[in-house]
Design a protein around this ligand. Structure first.
Ligand code: GTP
Length: 377
């Protein structure tokens, strides 16, 4: 579980890294042009143009890789290949920028040294700001500009150049520390967000679920019922409602106690879950009363489903305190196949049919007559 959370955080870090660098599509091309113009101070125009062309190509490639990553499915994104692809694509871009040292640095020429160092201090700062959500990429992105920053001053071996290299190393160490601190706080934020998301999901579940059986609760059933009834009326599709009530449940409570009664309610709920289709809404309305809402279902299949549920419950054997209880239930079926009926009217008809089943001796299914208005019509 911890590992799954860690992998999730790493994926988020990779996405943040890519999002940060996607902004490069606006910034990197104009910078490349400015640097290429400055490069003409030391190299012929064609060489500066060649560098700019290669660099713009590298930018286009890594932006394309980022887009493909963003479009990949979450499962594909979690694949470790993406970290390597992204590191390679961005690494080529960083290496191209760092190659400025090879093109522009003229040993002994102070302005070319300043130019090369300015480019690399800038690169290192940007790397720290943009790569920090992903530590692995922070380190790999720093490599090329670091070598390019500390390398040239070392070249002529004077005390001044050694001092510049020391200054470069100092800057890099400082920025690395800042980068790691930002990485730590980004990770903490991601972990907190992940926990928040999990808590919100759990709360949403709790608001919809019945605490004892885990089925939908009355409030969720009413909300779903209103929505489905409206949909059925708009598209003129049938909607079936089953009202289910365990027979003589009070006797079970009285004989074996309330806790044993709870066990029977849970066992009956598991039977319901096994029999009812996943896209139907199965709820415990309260006490020993349950309901099933079946969208796109007309009278015959609804009656057949009610009978299947009745038979499945009657076959249940609950072992309580060395005796076996075999609960049964009575079912009322009501069909809304004409628009205009409210949910409370539909539930009332279902309830009346269920009471009729009780009156007929229990452990049976009774279908409710159509609403009064339709009968008159
Ligand atoms: N164990 C348990 N019992 C509950 C719960 N909620 C309601 N009850 C009990 O369920 C019983 C329902 O009894 P009645 O409404 O008289 O119905 P019945 O005994 O099932 O009789 P018929 O419906 O006429 O077949 C009552 O004793 C309630 O106290 C619950 O969450 N757990």
């Amino acid at each position: 579980m911890q590992d799954a959370h860690g992998a999730d955080v790493r994926l988020h870090q990779l996405k943040l890294y890519v999002d940060n660098h996607l902004h490069d599509r606006y910034l990197a091309p104009p910078w490349t042009v400015v640097v290429a113009v400055l490069l003409t101070a030391w190299v012929p125009v064609w060489q500066a143009a060649l560098w700019a062309g290669l660099e713009l190509l590298a930018i286009a490639v890594y932006i394309a890789v980022y887009f493909r990553f963003r479009q990949a499915s979450p499962e594909a994104q979690s694949n470790g290949h993406w970290t390597r692809r992204i590191a390679l694509a961005h690494g080529v871009h960083m290496a191209m920028w760092s190659s400025i040292v090879v093109w522009a640095y003229v040993p002994g020429n102070a302005s070319s040294l300043m130019f090369a160092m300015l480019v690399h201090v800038g690169l290192i700062s940007l790397t720290v700001v943009m790569s920090n959500p992903h530590r692995q990429l922070l380190f790999s992105d720093l490599l090329a500009p670091t070598v390019a920053l500390v390398g040239p001053p070392l070249h002529d071996g004077t005390l001044f150049s050694l001092g510049l290299t020391a200054l470069g190393v100092f800057y890099i160490a400082l920025m690395l520390m800042v980068g790691l601190k930002i990485h730590a706080s980004t990770t903490e934020t991601l972990v907190l967000r992940q926990r928040n998301d999990a808590l919100i999901r759990e709360l949403e579940q709790q608001v919809r679920r019945d605490g004892l059986t885990g089925l939908s609760n009355r409030a969720h059933f009413i909300a779903t019922g209103r929505f489905e009834l409206e949909r059925a009326a708009r598209y003129r599709h049938p909607l079936a409602l089953l009202m289910l009530d365990i027979d003589h449940f009070k006797r079970i409570n009285d004989s074996y106690g309330h806790l044993a009664g709870d066990e029977v309610l849970k066992a009956v709920s598991r039977v319901f879950e096994d029999v009812v289709r996943a896209n139907d809404c199965l709820a415990r309305l309260g006490g020993e009363e349950f309901a099933v809402l079946m969208p796109e279902t007309a009278l015959d299949p609804a009656s057949a489903a009610a009978e299947r549920l009745r038979v499945a419950v009657s076959r249940l054997r609950c072992e309580l305190q060395e005796s076996v209880v075999t609960p049964t239930m009575s079912v009322g079926v009501a069909i809304a196949d004409e628009g205009g009926e409210s949910l409370s009217s539909l539930m009332r008809r279902g309830d009346l049919a269920m009471y009729e089943a009780k009156a007929q001796g229990r452990n049976c299914v009774v279908v409710a007559p159509a609403p009064a208005a339709r009968l008159v019509a």
